[in-house]
Design a protein around this ligand. Structure first.
Ligand code: GTQ
Length: 342
């Protein structure tokens, strides 16, 4: 591609006349807006260590009462995008949230979609549009766009989870806002999906509604990965997608979630895709090679790969499996017609 003219080549009086008329020449920016063959990204391969996060988050519990926080969260910010922008990737926001025994993060609803991956503790619930979802380590809990949610904790130990939201996207689109609510009347989960391929027939009809399942229990996901690993060739990722059990589609509109198992000694390459991706280690320690960046991750660590990164994952342990939960931007990119695998 030809090099184009620069701002510096233009006379100062011309530039100031343009600015007075709210005009900007395109050609000095054209190559960075439309770079040849592959996009530019500020997203860096990044790693957030649980060992660093946990004490700082517990300290936030001492420093800032719930009334002063509403959501007591430390945001996992990508240094490449500027920490102040609170982004892991262009569209993914990650935060580690703490609720102490006896506390409630009050009810609200907002345009961004959210999902939580529980990291530590027991005894808390997230109430989503009235449905009470217990929070146990490894559980994935959905809070789709517009649904009321509050976090209650009547247990004895701190509960911590990872929030995954499409907040940067909603802010970018000028559609991000929240509505405060009042405490919800909580009921147990209405529908269960007791096994793959079986859907409840409520009053002779299939369950209606866009989000039939809000809580994906870790124990069942783990068991399913173990079972799948028996019939998966080594080196082929043992991976399950978190889907809407009525439609088989993505469980949220914008992000796809999956669980991945690395068997002892196993190395896998993931396909090179345009969607940025985040990884959270539910169990085990391993290595990730993200482009030129090597990451040694431990249990409860979180890391991210920009779009089109090459991703290699390694479990060097000879006896213990690694379990990861991933979130990526593929549903959003598919809807926009820009998703690609290279
Ligand atoms: O739990 O509702 O990390 O509204 C950021 C915004 C969590 C939440 C976050 C939120 C929440």
């Amino acid at each position: 591609m030809k090099a184009l003219g620069t701002l510096e080549e233009l006379p100062a009086d011309y530039l100031s006349e343009l600015a007075r008329a709210n005009l900007v020449p395109l050609w000095p920016s054209l190559r960075s807006l439309l770079p040849p063959r592959a996009p530019n990204t500020a997203t860096l391969p990044s790693h957030w260590r649980w060992k660093a996060i946990r004490p700082l988050l517990l300290r936030a519990g001492d420093l800032t009462p719930m009334e002063k926080a509403e959501r007591r969260v430390l945001v996992l910010a990508n240094p490449g995008r500027g920490l102040e922008n609170l982004q892991a990737s262009a569209t993914i926001y990650l935060g580690m949230q703490l609720v102490l025994p006896g506390e409630t993060a009050p009810s609200h609803r907002h345009t961004p979609n959210a999902a939580r991956v529980v990291v530590e503790g027991e005894g808390a619930v997230t109430v989503v549009d009235g449905e009470s979802c217990p929070m146990l380590p490894g559980d994935l809990i959905l809070t789709p766009t517009g649904q009321w949610h509050e976090h209650r904790h009547e247990g004895r130990v701190p509960v911590i989870w990872l929030d995954v939201l499409d907040l940067p996207l909603m802010v970018y689109l000028d559609v991000s806002y929240a509505i405060e609510g009042t405490p919800q009347q909580a009921r147990p989960a209405e529908y269960a999906y007791p096994a793959g391929g079986l859907a409840p027939l409520a009053h002779g009809r299939r369950v209606q509604g866009a989000y039939p399942l809000l809580r994906y229990e870790w124990q069942r996901t783990r068991d399913a990965l173990q079972a799948l690993s028996g019939s998966c060739e080594r080196g082929t990722p043992v991976q399950l997608a978190y889907v809407n059990p009525e439609t088989g589609g993505d469980c949220l509109n914008t992000f796809a979630f999956a669980a991945l198992m690395l068997r002892p000694g196993e190395e896998v390459m993931l396909p090179r895709v345009s969607a940025a991706r985040v990884f959270h280690a539910v169990e085990g320690n391993g290595e990730a090679q993200l482009n030129d960046t090597a990451i040694n991750f431990e249990q409860a660590d979180t890391f991210c790969a920009p779009g089109l990164a090459s991703v290699r994952l390694n479990n060097r342990s000879s006896g213990a499996p690694v379990f990861l939960i991933t979130a990526d931007e593929s549903p959003l990119q598919r809807k926009l017609g820009v998703y690609e695998q290279r």
